[in-house]
Design a protein around this ligand. Structure first.
Ligand SMILES: Cc1cc2nc3c(=O)[nH]c(=O)nc-3n(C[C@H](O)[C@H](O)[C@H](O)COP(=O)(O)O)c2cc1C
Length: 139
């Protein structure tokens, strides 16, 4: 069974080096695990979308949860999927720019970007809209 987990967490630092290391680990490990997905680093928060075999994704998430480079991980959505949204990406990276911000604002008319407050329906549409935009870098 394929499962996807979307979670948000608070980055320990805003250093691009940490993000680079995290992406390097993902690129190294995810292909062998059959895990694909995407992540964004947005205003000090990580938003990550992981998809793959349920047991593998669950185990990987447990490992990521323990990582001291972030804190307060919160699962926004965890549900079975029939097909992958990012079949070719070991971990795509979303860049934070005017277009991305506009997409966030559509989902968040108050202008607040607190992903911790996003509900399941919102986060699913949000990830889909972000994916459809030109702001992802496949890695
Ligand atoms: C926000 C975040 C996302 C991460 N995503 C992944 C991932 O998709 N795949 C992965 O193998 N490790 C990921 N990691 C890193 C793991 O927590 C862990 O450091 C790594 O898997 C250890 O493997 P390594 O020693 O081979 O690098 C992530 C860490 C953070 C903080």
């Amino acid at each position: 069974m394929l499962l996807r987990i979307i979670y948000v967490s608070r980055a320990r630092s805003s250093l691009p080096l940490e993000l680079k290391d995290i992406l390097a680990s993902s690129r190294k490990n995810n292909p062998a695990l059959g895990v694909t997905g995407a992540m964004g680093f947005l205003d000090g928060l990580y938003l990550q979308y992981l998809e793959g075999e349920a047991s593998v994704v669950t185990t990987l998430y447990k490992r990521i949860e323990q990582d001291s480079r972030h804190s307060a991980p919160k699962i926004l959505e965890s549900q079975p999927i029939s097909e992958r949204a990012f079949p070719g990406w070991s971990m795509g990276l979303l860049t934070w720019n005017d277009e991305t911000k506009k997409i966030f604002q559509q989902f968040n008319p108050s202008g607040s970007l607190d992903l911790y407050d996003a509900d399941t329906a919102t986060i699913d549409s949000l990830v889909r809209s972000l994916t459809a935009s030109a702001n992802w870098m496949a890695l």
